[in-house]
Write a protein that binds this ligand. Structure first.
Ligand code: CO
Length: 491
């Protein structure tokens, strides 16, 4: 049933929402046979997703879902059928802690070892939890976590093959962002696709390293730039000429972290009086980095960026202030009304006079924007993103929205009251020419059955509801990011 609602009242139950954060310890692999509707026969390829699979270690709950051990999922489509599998990434920390039955590492988001602050004092070892994104590039399936090296997985079985230092590019413990972007036609590489990623080494001044990789995984370009001040950079956007970063107005006081009271991310504080800085790094490796200021806001994710007549245009999910993790309360008890919601903003940076204009495109609470892969770095017409059910105010993501940037119209589907979503994926129909000719895939936690389902939409008519719903046998805790490859990696 599709519930229409214009109210700002929560129509979900908090108990329902919280159960989507229960750990999933079951690893499985099966053909999905509980299907409502029909899987499009021309939908071929594999949807990979990753997110925290364990929300407790033994009897100890993690302090924040971002600290949860990474579990990879794959749904492979061929000839109207779908094969599902999920598997934990066997990181060193996961294996050790499963053996020990308790946390042995501190989490960046405040999960502490048992024993109080003394046990955590000056313990700066990070557990690489491989829970943020998963990509297939250069013949490798890589699970990413921004503060350390990728883990390589077997795309057919999701078995962990170990840390992958990208043919010696990364040293032990080197950062490698979880938000690479694929330029579908790089002007520096005869119009071939390249994968652009970055790593951040924050401090009093922050080093940003840009990497660009050919489709076979070969490194094409690498350059490092120092920008002033501490920077928390989770994502970037790319254009044909630039990597675009938003340096959020935050300060970092490491003392509570060093002393063992707080996780590192809990020591980041939003400064409402400082500007947000937009950092434009030329992709050709030249040194003329541009830094321009705009009013304070906080960005985790960008939707897209492009160049238009001397301007760099960026669409981003913006928060009016930083939703600071609070270690004294359980994240499951979060008061949504006390935290600003993400909204879709548009920024236009004039490269000549360095003037920045911005406007709010969509006020409804949203996150996890995705688009047609051929429009990355180019002006896109359509955007798909996770949305909350109420039209105003902060709430859990329960649906999907298609935004038409040309007409300013949108289409919505909501799984409220008992379904909860996350990041959608857009898959172009093979041979299609129109930007919205394809499918939108969304993993939904169905609280009624306490299991998850994959909803498949015709991207042209999101508001008609899913054309197929594939009911999984178990629930998948709310995930973070994923990607689709047209290669089939089922059985
Ligand atoms: Co992210």
């Amino acid at each position: 049933m599709h519930l229409q609602s214009c109210s700002t009242q929560a129509i979900y139950s908090r108990e329902d929402w919280k159960r989507g954060y229960l750990s999933q310890t079951q690893e499985s692999a099966y053909w999905i046979d509980d299907i409502e509707g029909e899987i499009p026969p021309d939908l071929t390829g594999t949807l990979f997703r990753v997110g925290p699979g364990l929300l407790n270690i033994g009897d100890y709950p993690v302090n924040h879902p971002f600290d949860g051990d990474g579990m990879a999922c794959a749904i492979a489509f061929k000839d109207g059928r779908a094969f599902f599998q999920n598997r934990f990434v066997r990181t060193q920390g996961f294996v050790e802690e499963r053996e020990a039955g308790k946390p042995l590492y501190r989490g960046v988001f405040g999960t502490q070892k048992p024993g109080g602050w003394l046990a955590n004092l000056f313990d700066l070892r990070l557990k690489n939890i491989a829970n943020t994104n998963i990509i297939h590039w250069g013949g490798k399936l890589l699970a990413l976590w921004e503060a350390a090296e990728p883990h390589r997985l077997d795309p057919h079985t999701l078995e962990t093959q170990g840390l992958d230092r990208l043919d010696g590019l990364l040293d032990t413990g080197d950062a490698f962002s979880a938000h690479p972007h694929i330029d579908p036609a790089s002007q520096f590489d005869d119009g071939k696709p390249v994968l652009v990623n970055f790593s951040v080494n924050p401090g009093l001044s922050t080093d940003i390293t840009i990497y660009e990789f050919a489709p076979d995984g070969t490194l094409l370009r690498q350059h490092t730039h120092a920008i002033p001040g501490f920077a928390f950079l989770h994502d970037m956007a790319i254009t044909p000429n630039y990597c675009v970063f938003f340096q959020n107005p935050v300060t970092f006081n490491p003392l509570p972290y060093l002393l063992g009271f707080r996780g590192a991310a809990e020591c980041v504080k939003f400064d409402p009086d400082a500007p947000t800085k937009i950092v434009l790094i030329p992709r050709d490796g030249s040194r003329n980095v541009k830094i321009v200021e705009t009013e304070p806001c906080f960005v985790f994710h960008h939707a897209n960026a492009w160049e238009d007549n001397g301007e760099v245009v960026v669409d981003s999910i913006c928060y009016e202030s930083f939703p600071q993790p609070d270690s004294d309360s359980d994240f499951r008890d979060v008061d949504f009304s006390q935290i600003p919601e993400g909204q879709l903003w548009n920024f236009r940076v004039n490269l000549q006079n360095e003037n920045v204009r911005h406007e709010v495109i969509e006020r409804r609470c949203c996150e996890f924007p995705v688009l047609h892969p051929e429009t990355v770095g180019r002006k896109n017409r359509y955007l798909f993103m996770g949305i909350a059910h109420p039209e105003r105010g902060n709430a859990p993501l329960q649906g999907v929205m298609k935004v038409d940037r040309e007409t300013g119209t949108s289409q919505v589907w909501s799984f409220a009251p008992r379904g909860f979503g996350g990041e959608p994926a857009f898959v172009p129909r093979p041979g299609a020419t129109e930007e919205d000719d394809g499918w939108v895939l969304l993993l939904v936690y169905d609280a009624e059955k306490h299991r998850s389902k994959l909803a498949i939409f015709d991207a042209k008519s999101i508001d008609a509801g899913p054309i197929a719903q594939l009911n999984l046998k178990y629930h998948i805790p709310y995930g973070l990011h994923g990607s689709f490859t047209s290669e089939y990696f089922g059985r």
